[in-house]
Design a protein around this ligand. Structure first.
Ligand SMILES: Nc1ncnc2c1ncn2[C@@H]1O[C@H](COP(=O)(O)OP(=O)(O)O)[C@@H](O)[C@H]1O
Ligand SMILES: [Mg+2]
Length: 198
């Protein structure tokens, strides 16, 4: 099978991550998810939309990137995945359940099932695609957080760390919020490699 790089295939969405040029959020854009782009993938099974979900997702991301030998991506990927997951948890929390015993509330019920979140990771060893699916109403939207606001920065953080990000409504309800990260190149890597060969 002939593989092409995601950068070629998703060029309308992918923009380089530079301080002066952050990617735009694509609120109705499918993730670059054609299966053949991603030789490696793994799904963290549905989990209840509980307050501990972002921490569980961080651990999962760390483990998968260790298995896939992508340590340079771990820090940013953990942060991006946990921000997106935290948003899904907030959107799926029933505010009426917030009390002393459950200060962060409990997941809503969707029909007779507890609301859940599903996370998928895919990689071609250079790019990492993080997708978080939820059935919550509403869509992610960028907020212009004031300096003293305590919230409203999650998506801005995601945008600062990824190559592209967006949200894809899913058939049957809900959506997938996705972010594409790129493995950082090792500074001086080529030079160091040449020095080692001399
Ligand atoms: N999965 C989601 N489902 C529904 N709404 C979402 C989701 N993710 C984000 N949002 C909306 O986008 C807003 C901005 O998210 P974010 O930048 O992380 O700020 P914060 O979470 O601090 O409000 C949220 O306040 C929420 O209204
Ligand atoms: Mg948030």
């Amino acid at each position: 099978m002939i593989m092409s790089s995601p950068a070629e295939t998703v060029s309308p969405v992918v923009t380089p991550t530079r301080a002066e040029h952050r990617p735009q959020f694509h609120p109705k854009e499918p993730a670059p998810s054609a299966a053949w782009l991603w030789p490696k993938g793994h799904i963290f099974p549905e989990m209840g939309a509980c307050a501990h979900a972002p921490a569980a997702v961080r651990t999962y991301v760390r483990e998968m990137l260790r298995v896939w030998d992508l340590p340079g991506l771990t820090e940013n990927a953990e942060l991006v995945a946990s921000e997106i997951t935290a948003n899904a948890v907030t959107a799926l929390t029933d505010p009426e359940t917030i009390d002393e015993e459950h200060p962060q509330g409990l997941p809503r019920m969707i029909g007779d099932r507890i609301a859940t979140i599903t996370v998928r990771l895919r990689t071609d060893d250079v790019y990492l695609l993080i997708e978080v699916w939820d059935l919550a109403e509403g869509m992610p939207e960028h907020k212009d957080a004031a300096l003293d606001d305590e919230s409203g920065r999650g998506l801005a953080i995601v945008g600062a760390l990824c190559e592209a990000y967006g949200c894809e409504p899913r058939k049957g309800g809900g959506k997938s919020v996705w972010a594409l990260l790129k493995k950082p190149s090792v500074p001086g890597g080529r030079q160091r490699h040449q020095e080692e060969r001399q």
